[in-house]
Design a protein around this ligand. Structure first.
Ligand code: NAD
Ligand code: UD1
Length: 340
């Protein structure tokens, strides 16, 4: 049995790999557990280069009790940061059972194995999607919750499940982090977001258009009730988001209830604001055309991040310029992502 460790499920993915760096830099010993369904081992190699340290990497599936049991038997785990799951909204409508299985069933198996090994501290990746179509902005944690697709429902259900777990056994320490829109990349430009196929999300689509892989951005709707008619979101630099997890771990031992926190900047930018900022940061044109609204999209979504400041002593520090510059550095150095 070695030193106490933090288990990072889904740690090879976009947010997990950035969080791994900050955890190691903050002095935590980590183990990454991932089934590589949406990640590459190359991301971990590059994290190792950034932190100049070997990382314990376990290939396994959170739905597989034995895979998890082996990890908890071999290592003394203090807490789990739980990123592993599927995250594409459109795909979740086509393959709902796969989303419920990976996200909900996976979390159930994980929590059961944690309890068997008396590890009861978990930081869970939730999403601003649980607010559905908010009646007003900025969004506070106590706003009504709803979901319009299987992905969102899986997040909502896991939140409820974790609340029930705490009610059944108050020795659990549970922090639910509701991310707004993560963008950007590590400053080195060696790790970043590497979506499969044509990106669904705005920032990778803009970046791939700027680098010449895609011809033109479709702006989904210009008749929303926003300053320029295009959708407004709270984009947050992935390194700031990662830091929110370090801050969550710092307090988790002392919490006396389930803590639910928005991780956002509190500022909303429109699609066209992002296009302009990216053009400025990259020096490239981002051709776009106005297209119909995307089904399920809302006009405005941005956080009230004041509770995060109060409870985690966390706030976002990086603005839209750094988000675009860092995304561009990653995209231009790695036009084909980790495939090289
Ligand atoms: P990602 O796909 O890059 O990372 C998820 C990782 O989990 C991948 O490495 C994948 O291989 C792994 N994984 C998936 N299913 C697994 C399983 N059954 N067992 C083991 N590993 C598995 O996604 P991300 O953007 O880094 O998101 C991380 C978490 O944050 C997810 O839970 C996601 O739903 C949540 N989230 C993401 C966003 C976003 O916009 N990126 C927003 C809100 C919430
Ligand atoms: C998406 C997910 C949401 C998830 C969030 C954070 C959907 C429907 N929702 O939200 O569940 O929590 O990511 O990861 O996928 N846009 C364009 N053209 C594009 C792509 C996007 O105009 O090609 C616009 C959208 O209409 C929206 C904004 O850009 O106004 C941001 O879109 P996106 O990056 O997909 O994030 P969300 O829709 O906020």
């Amino acid at each position: 049995m070695s030193k106490h460790k933090i288990l990072v499920t889904g740690g090879a993915g976009y947010i997990g790999s950035h969080t791994a760096i900050l955890l190691i830099e903050a002095g935590y010993d980590i183990i990454i557990f991932d089934n590589f369904s949406n990640a590459s081992k190359e991301s971990i190699k590059r994290v190792e280069t950034i932190v100049n340290k070997d990382i314990i990497l376990i290939e396994g599936d959170i739905r597989n009790r034995n895979d998890l049991h082996n990890v908890f038997t071999h290592y003394c785990i203090d807490a789990v940061i739980h990123f592993a799951g599927l995250k594409a909204v459109g795909e979740s409508v086509e393959k709902p059972l796969s989303y419920y299985d990976n996200n909900i069933n996976g979390t159930i198996v994980l929590c059961e194995v944690m309890a068997e090994h008396n590890c009861k501290s978990i930081v869970f990746s939730s999403s601003a999607t649980v607010y559905g179509d908010p009646h007003t902005t900025p969004i506070k944690e106590n706003f009504p919750l709803s979901a319009t697709n299987p992905y969102g429902r899986s997040k909502l259900f896991i939140e409820e499940m974790l609340h029930d777990l705490y009610i059944s056994d108050s020795s659990w320490k549970i922090i639910l982090l509701r991310y707004f829109n993560p963008v950007g990349a590590h400053i080195s430009g060696t790790i970043g977001e590497d979506p499969n196929g044509i990106p669904n999300n705005l920032m990778p689509f803009i970046a791939q258009t700027a680098v010449g892989k895609l011809n033109c951005l479709s702006v989904f709707g210009d008749d929303y009730d926003t300053h320029d008619g295009t959708g407004v979101r709270d984009y947050i630099h992935v390194t700031d988001l990662a830091d929110g997890h370090v801050k969550a771990l710092d307090i988790i031992k002392d919490i006396k209830k389930v803590i639910t926190v928005n991780l956002g900047t509190g500022t909303g930018y429109s699609v066209l604001d992002m296009v302009k900022a990216f053009e400025k940061a990259s020096g490239k044109d981002v051709p776009y055309c106005i297209a119909p609204r995307r089904a399920g999209d809302i006009a405005k979504c941005f956080a009230d991040p004041s509770y995060a400041k109060e409870v985690l002593n966390w706030e976002a520090t990086k603005g839209i310029e750094e988000m675009c510059q860092d995304s561009w550095r990653w995209q231009s150095n790695n036009p084909n992502g980790y495939e090289g």
